[in-house]
Design a protein around this ligand. Sequence first.
Ligand SMILES: Nc1ncnc2c1ncn2[C@@H]1O[C@H](COP(=O)(O)OP(=O)(O)OP(=O)(O)O)[C@@H](O)[C@H]1O
Ligand SMILES: [Mg+2]
Length: 246
Amino acid sequence: MAQHSHKRTGRRPPILITQTEPRSAASEAYRMLRTNIQFAGLDQAPRNIVFTSTGPGEGKTTSVANFGVVAAEAGSRVCLIDSDLRRPALHRLFGLQNGRGLSTALLHGLPLAELAQPTATPNLSVLTSGPMPPNPAELVGSKRMRELFESAATDFDLVLCDSPPVISVTDGIALSAQCDGVVLVIRVGAIAHEAIRRAVEQIEAVKSRILGVLLNSVDLRRDGYYYKYYRYYRHYQGYYSENGKK
Ligand SMILES: Nc1ncnc2c1ncn2[C@@H]1O[C@H](COP(=O)(O)OP(=O)(O)OP(=O)(O)O)[C@@H](O)[C@H]1O
Ligand SMILES: [Mg+2]
């Protein structure tokens, strides 16, 4: 994925470059990814896809949102789900309320279409995260999550899930087990190969299929992104104990 151009000041929100610069090289790359995934060699086109990465800040949210835009533009009925319940971002990116969302739907067993919100892009809806629950990994790995995907089949052709990094918490793996496939976002040069290999092993261990790897080229360290991110996770209780790496 080509690097978007922007000023390097503070932590930037993810960018919907496919809307602001639809003719850019980056937008074209998202369209290519869509085509590649459509023909990923499966008997049936995947309907539920989770975007994840090994480490933080590799570009999951940016990638899933832009991928959603190009897929909707190509005529698919798309719903993005913010399943990064700990650090949700899609509501802000699309300017949506987040009083109710995925956590609400899972707690009450509601169908996806009931809480998904339309966006400015035709054919593109977003199910925001909803309030943060005490047990995110358990919720996204639950039977209710599978039922939510099943409930989506009549209203949407494609459901794309954002998720937290694999290295930090188990949510992404739990979710991968429920989906048809995974897109692994890798920020070039950011993470040791060994860590990526472990993430791939974890994904494969739950019998999930990696549909594609999205190589994202962007230098984030210059603007202190990592510092801010880790500070955030230090405040999260249970982050270490959850994946047993205390
Ligand atoms: N291809 C790109 N070009 C330029 N900037 C990018 C690109 N991809 C991501 N970014 C920027 O990098 C930062 C992190 O991206 P993003 O929030 O999408 O990552 P993430 O993997 O979702 O992070 P987190 O692990 O915190 O959820 C954002 O400021 C985003 O705008
Ligand atoms: Mg994110």
